[in-house]
Design a protein around this ligand. Structure first.
Ligand SMILES: Cc1cc2nc3c(=O)[nH]c(=O)nc-3n(C[C@H](O)[C@H](O)[C@H](O)COP(=O)(O)OP(=O)(O)OC[C@H]3O[C@@H](n4cnc5c(N)ncnc54)[C@H](O)[C@@H]3O)c2cc1C
Length: 603
């Protein structure tokens, strides 16, 4: 017996739209295609049409993009993803979609309003002919039969480790073997791109090991998975730093990465004529030259300390260091500690120092957004990254795509109501904080933590307990700017003197293009411009509006130079698109970049 079911209204609306859209694209009729979008539409493309990461706003931008890209992209096969029933809520019909391009296979997300497309996400996840050896394509491992002079897996690995970078050059060199460099290299390995990742530290994971000892991830496990290999289900919700370090180290082995520890890049230069980088490195103390075609800086968005320069620092007789060099509290029992700054690191360090009985003062220079961890996990992340989300069928990959499907221009509108709920839930907490004189904000438009992170990568604390110490006065709070240091301590602009044995500068990190200035040249760093930020015209994220993170995971104004970084979620998700961009170039798939990043700010 055959059972036929009627398509739902949502399914009919989506298939009708996809049919018309596909037909307009096949007919190369950009105007007809753009007319299927609402006037206030958004189309976010992750390399499928543009070989770039861009969001187009309004019909004119959609038309212009299609005019420039359709001939090459030749999209086809638009359909609703199997097993994903479109759904309607509040006048918006949402659907997961699949399509193909001349280069590969795409996946996306569609929101229809009154039969027209309001938001469209298109992503390329696989290049045709260069699919990853996964699932049905997984390698056999064993070679059954008899073969003279057979080489084992181990011998092949050892051969590769011996030769790559010595007799054979890698196609990609990744500088920086933190989580970002590691996951990108894992993806490139699966795609068969010869890659070496180098790090100046002795062991993978050392970036986490070297941080202050009380540190645990502030993001929960569901948000932190690496590609290919998920954390087991007994993994703690908030991973202690040394545990995540060990995981990263094991991952490099299991994923068979060519990871060179104790290897520091000293400088790099690019020869446009030959399309080759010359990178001078020091491996285990020995100078070497590597000549990759593509260079990725995965040297850390929170890797280049922003150390302030105050008059008198050299005369201070106590100890002073940036938060990234803070070893933890043990040596400071009973000491007077002044922490300059009031964001995540400042709070973590204050809390740990107070726990060992130090006398702790926090200097707040500008306002900070604080949200309690449990509240953020429940209201801010729970629908996408939690056990609850997993139980309702939202895998980490699906959550990444849902998150990606909301254009940055309107993301704050989705965030504001969540933060209003948080404000209500923890009302007493915020009242206590404000009573203690803490300068608290919710982001300039009330959109909270994620928007601050995306816009400026700073300005917040996910409270895991230390905020109460400030609220109840256990950690002393002083507001103001540091003016200078004396031999005995810190003096603020209003003349307040803070005697100190230790001063910690929890003053954040520099833009990633400053790494390019160090390693390549100031000229190249300026050509690339500021990394990170959306151009939201809020504090530390100057306009004009960019709509995407500046220079991250996509082509920059400097040929063959790429930036990889971000938190674990971003490293996992965007490493796919960067890996595919590199793979396409390696195998000669045409990759004309539409709307290359413009540079408006140098730092
Ligand atoms: C205190 C703190 C807490 C954080 N908590 C979280 C969290 O809970 N969740 C989250 O997702 N993110 C968190 N982050 C942010 C971010 O995930 C981490 O900073 C993470 O380490 C970034 O990874 P990365 O690979 O981009 O850079 P890094 O881990 O900084 O790695 C960069 C690597 O580059 C190497 N390097 C630099 N220059 C060279 C050179 N010339 N040659 C060779 N190697 C070089 C460095 O040795 C370093 O190992 C936190 C950051 C900080 C500072």
């Amino acid at each position: 017996m055959t059972i036929t079911t009627q398509p739902t209204e949502s399914m009919t609306a989506v298939t009708t739209w996809l049919g018309e859209f596909g037909a307009a694209l096949t007919a190369n009729d950009q105007g007809r295609a753009a007319a299927l979008f609402t006037e206030d539409c958004f189309w976010r493309d992750l390399i499928a049409f543009t070989w770039n990461i861009r969001t187009f706003e309004g019909r004119a931008e959609v038309t212009a993009m299609l005019t420039a890209t359709l001939d090459l992209v030749r999209p086809s096969g638009w359909k609703v993803t199997a097993g994903e029933e479109p759904a309607e809520a509040g006048g918006i019909t949402e659907a997961w979609i699949d399509f193909e391009t001349s280069a590969g296979r795409g996946h996306g997300h569609l929101r229809l309003r009154d039969g027209q497309c309001w938001t469209l996400l298109t992503t390329l996840y696989e290049l045709t002919g260069y699919e990853e050896p996964r699932g049905l394509r997984r390698p056999m491992g064993a070679e059954h039969g008899v073969t003279r002079e057979r080489t084992t897996w181990l011998e092949k690995r050892q051969h590769e480790e011996r030769e790559l970078g010595v007799t054979e050059q890698p196609y990609v060199l990744v500088i920086g073997g933190g989580q970002a460099g590691i996951v990108l290299t894992a993806r490139l390995r699966q795609l068969g791109v010869p890659t070496i990742v180098i790090d100046k530290r002795p062991r993978p994971g050392d970036q986490w090991r070297s941080r202050y000892k009380s540190l645990c991830l502030h993001d929960p496990v569901w948000y932190d998975h690496l590609p290919y290999l998920k954390f087991p289900d007994n993994w703690p919700v908030f991973s202690p730093k040394d545990k995540i370090a060990d995981w990263l180290e094991s991952y490099t082995r299991v994923m068979e990465l060519n990871y060179w520890p104790n290897t520091e890049a000293k400088n790099a230069s690019y020869d446009e004529a030959s399309g080759e980088w010359t990178v001078n490195v020091e491996r285990e103390g020995q100078p070497m030259v590597l000549r990759p075609r593509q260079l990725v800086l995965a040297t850390g968005m929170s890797g280049k300390p922003n150390v302030p320069s105050f008059p008198g620092m050299d005369s201070f007789r106590g100890e002073q260091h940036h938060s990234s060099a803070h070893p933890g509290p043990d040596a400071y029992r009973g000491k007077r500690c002044v922490i300059v700054g009031s964001n995540n690191s400042a709070f973590d360090i204050c809390g740990a120092l107070w726990e060992v009985g130090a006398d702790v003062t926090m200097v707040q220079r500008s306002s900070t957004h604080i949200v309690r961890s449990a509240t953020l996990m429940d209201i801010g992340l729970g629908d996408l990254y939690s056990e609850r989300a997993v139980a309702s069928g939202i895998t980490t990959e699906k959550a990444d795509m849902i998150f990606a499907s909301v254009p940055y221009r309107i993301l704050h509108q989705f965030q504001i109501p969540l933060y209003e709920q948080m404000r209500e839930r923890d009302k007493d907490f915020y009242e206590r904080l404000e009573k203690a004189g803490f300068d608290h904000d919710w982001g300039e438009d009330g959109s909270g933590l994620f928007m601050k992170y995306l816009r400026r990568g700073s300005g917040y604390y996910i409270d895991v307990g230390a905020a109460d110490l400030v609220a109840n006065g256990d950690v002393k709070l002083v507001r103001g700017q540091v003016d200078h240091l004396t031999s005995r301590g810190v003096v603020l602009a209003d003349g307040t003197e803070l005697p100190a044995d230790l001063v910690v500068y929890a003053t954040g990190y520099n833009s990633m293009n400053s790494w390019a200035a160090d390693l390549i040249s100031a000229d190249v760093a300026d050509r690339v411009g500021k990394c990170w930020g959306l151009g939201s015209s809020t504090a530390k994220d100057p306009g004009p509006w960019e709509g995407e993170e500046r220079n991250m995971w996509k082509p920059t104004q400097a040929e063959a130079l790429w930036f990889m970084g971000g938190n674990l979620h971003q490293s996992r998700h965007y490493s796919l698109y960067l890996a595919l961009q590199l793979k396409a170039r390696q195998v000669g798939v045409p990759t004309p970049v539409y709307a290359l990043q413009e540079v408006h700010h140098l730092r």
